[in-house]
Design a protein around this ligand. Structure first.
Ligand SMILES: *Cc1c(COP(=O)(O)O)cnc(C)c1O
Length: 428
């Protein structure tokens, strides 16, 4: 058994941590088996507790876009740590990273830093409600906006209706303010606006979905949402926690030339430390405390270590004019290799890709929303996942996840990955 040490560590972890993990998807529930414990990571590689080296396609679920332990980021954190790690008072570096982020992202004047993507999305919705003085929000089935109460709602049997909570602990009161639509269905959103006149504060959406595989907005979909929001006086919130600073400097707003009212960030913006942020035009952000009445706060928000990591990361991305193109080319190369291999072995599949995000679905039809993503064959995915793991390739332990490429991946790594996929595909 190659994962003896990881399995032992998992047994110990489960005694003191629920399910042995601090975030559920890490537990391998949907693929079976015990999770791999990581010892360290460098560049494109993870080194686990059993002494194996794995090529990493998760990048800590997105943040490590330049690879692990990237030197400028690590150096910035070490230098800051020696000068104190938290003060609960303003520091100059917060303004520095704010200015840089604002210069990279279209349509934002001010930004507030928090500690996670969850906090960013939760606060963005509160701000939209405070700004519009309305209570309801529209979200899309399969989109993930963190674990705060209003977002843990999914569509019941595909019906577009009042949401019901899909986690115990979320009240029906909260659930009823979250309305659901299918991703890419503009008609359902129109119907929701008509059924709830002057009640909808905001639409929140992953403008490219990255939490049910990688799903692209259909032509005109985001623009359609923009128009509906303008027509009905609602705020459009782009949750760019995954896509921000990954698909382009300015995220999907830049890439697809659509403007949101409020944008949320996380993952890449923290360079691997716990950071989230939300941003908007000054007119909207001025509603936030202490400038305005909408309350939002955090003891560790904007703390120097997190800001140093985030700033070093954003500087690298801002200064390197090639990075997003380089990542997109690597991802396209990988796509071609996977496609050729799965074709050769007569596997039924669909691949979605944009920039450095790619997902392989063992599904016969186009994957355009949660339903079509759920039509994928999970048994095949499990075999695929474990087969690749044996070959030293680490992809997300769930069929509902995208792969996130990092720029430390070399073409040799990609070739090794494609060869591993070819070997595993034979057994599917
Ligand atoms: C990861 C993610 C979140 C939640 O961020 P956390 O930092 O895990 O709280 C929110 N939205 C999207 C799109 C994400 O990918």
């Amino acid at each position: 058994m190659i994962y003896k040490r990881s399995s032992e560590l998992f047994v110990e972890a489960q005694k003191v941590i629920p399910g042995g993990v601090n975030s559920p998807v890490r537990a391998f529930k949907s693929v079976g088996g015990d999770p791999i414990f990581v010892k360290e990571a460098k560049g494109a590689y993870l080194y686990d507790e059993d002494g194996r080296k794995l090529i990493d396609y998760i990048a800590s679920w997105g943040p490590m876009i330049l690879g692990h332990a990237h030197k400028p980021v690590v150096d910035a954190v070490i230098a800051k740590a020696q000068k104190g790690t938290s003060f609960g008072m303003p520091t100059a570096i917060e303004t520095e990273i704010a200015k840089l982020a604002i210069s990279m992202v279209p349509g934002i004047d001010k930004i507030r830093f928090v500690n996670s993507g969850t906090e960013a999305c939760m606060s963005a919705v509160r701000l939209a409600r405070g700004f519009t003085k309305r209570e309801k929000i529209i979200k899309f089935a399969g989109c993930y906006h963190g674990h705060s109460d209003s977002f843990l709602i999914q569509a019941g049997s595909g019906a577009v209706t009042f949401g019901s909570p899909n986690s115990p602990g979320v009240t029906r009161g909260t659930a009823k303010d979250t309305l659901l639509a299918d991703y890419n269905s503009l008609d359902q959103v129109k119907d929701l606006f008509e059924a709830n006149p002057n009640e909808i504060a905001a639409i929140i959406i992953e403008p490219v979905a990255g939490n049910m595989g990688c799903i692209l907005p259909a032509e005109g979909f985001l623009q359609g949402l923009r128009e509906l929001c303008d027509q009905h006086g609602a705020q459009l919130i782009f949750d760019e926690v995954m896509t921000g600073f990954r698909l382009a400097k300015g995220g999907v707003q830049e890439l697809m030339d659509v403007r949101a009212d409020i944008v949320t960030f996380g993952k890449v913006i923290g360079g691997g430390l716990p950071v989230g942020a939300f941003a908007a035009r000054a007119e909207i952000m001025s509603h936030l405390a202490p400038e305005g009445p909408v309350y939002q706060a955090g003891t560790l928000s904007g703390n120097p270590l997190a800001m140093a990591a985030g700033l070093a990361m954003l500087q690298e991305l801002n200064n390197d004019g090639e990075i997003f193109e380089s990542l997109a080319q690597k991802t396209a190369y990988l796509h071609k290799g996977i496609k050729e291999s799965l074709d050769r072995h007569n596997i039924t599949y669909t691949i979605n890709r944009i920039g450095s995000m790619i997902s392989v679905h063992f599904a016969p039809d186009a994957v355009v929303d949660f339903k079509t993503a759920a039509a994928g064959d999970n048994e095949t995915f499990k075999k695929f996942f474990h087969g690749l793991l044996e070959e030293g390739i680490y992809i997300a332990p769930s069929a509902y996840e995208s792969w996130f490429l990092n720029n430390a991946l070399s073409y040799e790594d990609l070739d090794a990955t494609i060869a591993a996929i070819d070997k595993v595909a034979k057994t599917l």
